[in-house]
Design a protein around this ligand. Structure first.
Ligand SMILES: NC(=O)c1ccc[n+]([C@@H]2O[C@H](COP(=O)([O-])OP(=O)(O)OC[C@H]3O[C@@H](n4cnc5c(N)ncnc54)[C@H](O)[C@@H]3O)[C@@H](O)[C@H]2O)c1
Ligand SMILES: O[C@H]1[C@H](O)[C@@H](O)[C@H](O)[C@@H](O)[C@H]1O
Length: 342
């Protein structure tokens, strides 16, 4: 008989609600037995809206220590990830943590060290692009050699809008972190350096210290140049692009197809407006894989705490580049420990 995995979710905001819905309606053999949000009443309101019942804890420690919770999903705000993940690991529970794993490389290294005490992987980080069918296809094309050796890559990561408090740091550690993570995986090459250019600021942010857009430029050890335009208030939609230019051709990430409309002398297609729809299938596949492993008491096989650490080292250097007026920051990322290669 297939076993039901009992999950507790901490942080019932935008993605916490989305993953709650996914885990209860799309992913088989999961029982979300508990939820928790630091804002009183917030999690219960979402349970009611989704027609669900679960224990609603006010404090995440109680959820983690509840014997009924086998697996912890952390979808709380960035600054709470570190303490939640450390508590879940200390309690010996498998844990899925949304990206970024923690706020900086130092915190991520603590997580890596805590996880290693268990002698096996206990944690997966929500870098869901590794599961997105279009990114997997892009990687297969690059790996097959069809475009020859990659020379450069051109990426766009635009959000329609973000609140005023979404600052330049979040644009790096919460938005650009996806490209920082996915590009070295796609290109099979580590980063050598990173720098951030700050173009003219959009009028759609009032605080003069918030730089939006930003252009993150990374160079890999073999010399591939990657540029990522990060613009979190572009106004028109959610727009993700990734073109890899090789010696023999270009591999282009396709836009999610939408039906085209011919009307009033116009030919138009819609553009998606948020990550929920854009990466829906990636999140579904990601959780199917995570649950398939942990339900059989196997280590998760998706992006690891080490991937979270490597992304954080790179993001820290991007923040330093901003602080130092765009100065190139050399990166010396240590080789992955054997623990994460098995
Ligand atoms: N993989 C992706 O594409 C993706 C998409 C969206 C968000 N995220 C990540 O998910 C996280 C949440 O993002 P969001 O957009 O849902 O934000 P959000 O602000 O809507 O939700 C975060 C929730 O966590 C709660 N919270 C904060 N501290 C807590 C604590 N100590 N205990 C319990 N609850 C706590 C907040 O009250 C809030 O309800 C972020 O880290 C973000 O980077 C990832
Ligand atoms: O947390 C979200 C999420 O990771 C989205 O994928 C990204 O586009 C947003 O910029 C970010 O705020």
């Amino acid at each position: 008989m297939t076993k039901t995995t009992k999950v507790g979710i901490i942080g019932i905001g935008f993605i916490g609600s989305d993953h709650l819905n996914r885990l209860t309606k799309t992913i088989a053999n999961v029982d979300v037995t508990a939820v928790c949000d630091i804002v009183p009443g917030k999690a219960q309101k979402v349970l009611d809206e989704q027609g669900l019942q679960a224990k609603d804890f006010a404090d995440y420690h109680e959820l983690i220590n509840d014997p009924e919770v086998e697996v912890v999903v952390c979808t709380a705000s960035n600054e709470a990830h570190y303490e939640i993940v450390m508590a879940a690991l200390k309690a010996g529970k498998f844990c899925f943590c949304e990206k970024p794993l923690a706020l900086d490389a130092k915190q991520c290294m603590d997580v890596v060290e805590e996880e290693q005490k268990h002698g096996r992987r206990m944690l997966q980080v929500g870098f869901m692009r590794h599961y997105a069918p279009e990114y997997v296809q892009l990687k297969n094309i690059i790996d097959s050699g069809q475009i020859g050796a990659p020379l450069m890559a051109d990426c766009r990561h635009y959000n329609q809008t973000q609140p005023e408090e979404y600052d330049s740091t979040r644009s790096i550690i919460e938005t650009a972190i996806h490209e920082i993570d996915v590009m070295h995986w796609l290109l099979n090459d580590d980063y050598k350096n990173i720098k951030v250019y700050l173009p003219k600021q959009t009028r759609h942010v009032q605080n003069k210290d918030i730089r939006d857009p930003q252009i993150v430029v990374m160079e890999t050890k073999s010399g591939i140049n990657i540029s990522v335009e990060v613009f979190v208030r572009c106004q028109y939609g959610y727009d993700i692009k990734c073109d890899v230019i090789g010696e023999e051709g270009v591999a282009e990430l396709p836009t999610v197809p939408q039906v085209a409309l011919r009307k009033n002398a116009k030919y138009s297609t819609e553009i998606l407006t948020d990550w929920k729809a854009r990466f829906e299938s990636a999140y579904d596949i990601e959780f199917r894989d995570f649950i398939a492993h942990v339900s059989e008491d196997k280590s998760p096989a998706g992006p690891s705490a080490w991937d979270g650490y490597v992304a954080a080292v790179t993001a820290d250097a991007a923040l330093k580049s901003i602080e130092e007026g765009g100065k190139t920051q050399d990166l010396d990322i240590p080789e992955s420990p054997k623990f994460y290669k098995e």
